[in-house]
Ligand binder design. Sequence first.
Ligand code: FPP
Length: 248
Amino acid sequence: MATDSIPVLRVPRHLAIIMDGNGRWAERRRRPRSFGHREGQKAVRATVEFCRRRGIGVLTLFAFSSENWKRPEGEVGALMQLFLHALDREVDELHANGVRIRFIGDLAPFSPELRQRMQRAAERTAGNEALVVNVAVNYGGRWEIVEAARTLAAAAARGELDPATLDEAGFADATCLAGQPPVDLFIRTGGERRISNFLLWHVAYAELYFTDTLWPDVDAEVLGAALADYASRERRYGLTSAQVRAAG
Ligand code: FPP
């Protein structure tokens, strides 16, 4: 990468979060896990507001992984209800605040009602520019890469794409986050230090930040600490420190 193309941004353009710890948060209070997910929704609201105030352009949240279907039926059902209610309750305010909502993942297994509400929310907010919120549902990073490969292979088979000309930018354009900046900062709450098949393509150069804070306890202070840590890091993209300083 040429030194003049190194982003020297101190605020991430794209923040991605694995919101982990809802279940443990509830269990510590001897409450059902679904109570933790409900409290987690409040942290989602606070995070969206935080990103708007800090001028972060894109927020991508892991709300439901392809593996989450294996959870007890009652917990999956409670999460589906929560998503339905959240779509009902939150979209007006998000729209009023200029937030664009998108859903990434394989939406096919969700109920027609939920799919329709997701689609409506996405269509209604499509023209908003203050902040893009990508909600990953039934999402897996390997699934996304295979889907992109499938799309490109089909285009090649139709004679619309010459495989020899395919480059990284062309591949990125076939992913769920086409046209969006790569992830600058990746946060995982809840103490685990794993990427768990989230945004594999997009985190290639992301700074990783792990916190033991359980998701429902996340607030502007916790997010502010993550941003301060990010701002203090030197992103070298394979260059030397001297080259990065010269470019900055
Ligand atoms: C992980 O915690 C969290 C989830 C699987 C669900 C995330 C959902 C929300 C935060 C609710 C609202 C979201 C939106 C976008 C409306 P966990 O259950 O794995 O916690 P544990 O590791 O303590 O068991």
